[in-house]
Design a protein. Structure first.
Length: 220
């Protein structure tokens, strides 16, 4: 050890010995904290980095799951839309005959039925409805009758139903309104109309010009 180092160590020792007890205790605590910080700082930093990356992975995984769920929702919506388009593509039957056929298959009598005037539903559909009355029908037959209407594959729907219990067991009087929806015919495209309309004036103009030129050719 050189003289300068001895003097430096001596001065440090003298400074430490000159400290009060409280100052020595604080210095010791500071040294312990510094040592612990040097020991534990790298693992803590590494854990923070890994935790941040784990959060990013979880967020990415959640986003992928959300996209999959949205894809399934979109596919279900497309399937439902396709089913509706296929259902409404079929023309609705004449309601009285259609309902009488379904009721006859279940041994249900329809003593009263009345067709109503068709009304427009938006720009693409017309609604036809029939009000019918059932007397002394059992609940099981009524449920099966409603199921057959709903599962017929035609654009037909029960819009209103009123069920009244009779004094006899399992006997009900029922009033219901069943509607059918007819798709309106698609109008002709405006482009085709424009083409057809534009051809007439052009051809008439050509005829007039030809008629004007013809006398000129015959004149001497």
């Amino acid at each position: 050890m050189t003289l300068a180092e001895r003097l430096r160590a001596l001065s440090l020792r003298e400074r430490l010995s000159g400290l009060e007890e409280r100052e020595r205790r604080l210095l010791g605590i500071a040294l312990v904290v510094a040592v612990l910080g040097a020991v534990f700082a790298p693992p803590i930093a590494l854990y923070a980095v890994l935790h941040g990356r784990r959060g990013d992975v979880e967020a990415l995984r959640s986003a992928i799951v959300a996209i999959d769920e949205q894809s399934e929702t979109i596919e279900r919506a497309k399937a439902q839309k396709g089913a509706l388009e296929q259902r409404y593509a079929r023309p609705a039957p004449q309601l009285q005959a259609f309902l009488a056929k379904l009721a006859g298959e279940l041994a249900i009598e329809i003593p009263e039925s009345q067709d109503r005037a068709a009304i427009p539903r938006g720009k693409r559909f017309d609604e036809r409805s029939t009000k019918l009355t059932l007397r002394k029908v059992g609940m099981l037959k009524l449920v099966r009758f409603l199921e057959r209407i709903d599962h017929s594959g035609h654009p037909v729907k029960v819009l209103q139903i009123d069920i009244r219990k009779r004094t006899e067991p399992d006997a009900y009087d029922v009033d219901m309104i069943v509607s059918a929806f007819d798709r309106k015919a698609e109008p002709k495209s405006a482009a085709k109309a424009d083409r057809d309309g534009g051809a007439g004036p052009a051809s008439s103009a050509d005829s007039e010009s030809a008629a004007e030129e013809k006398p000129k050719e015959e004149s001497p």
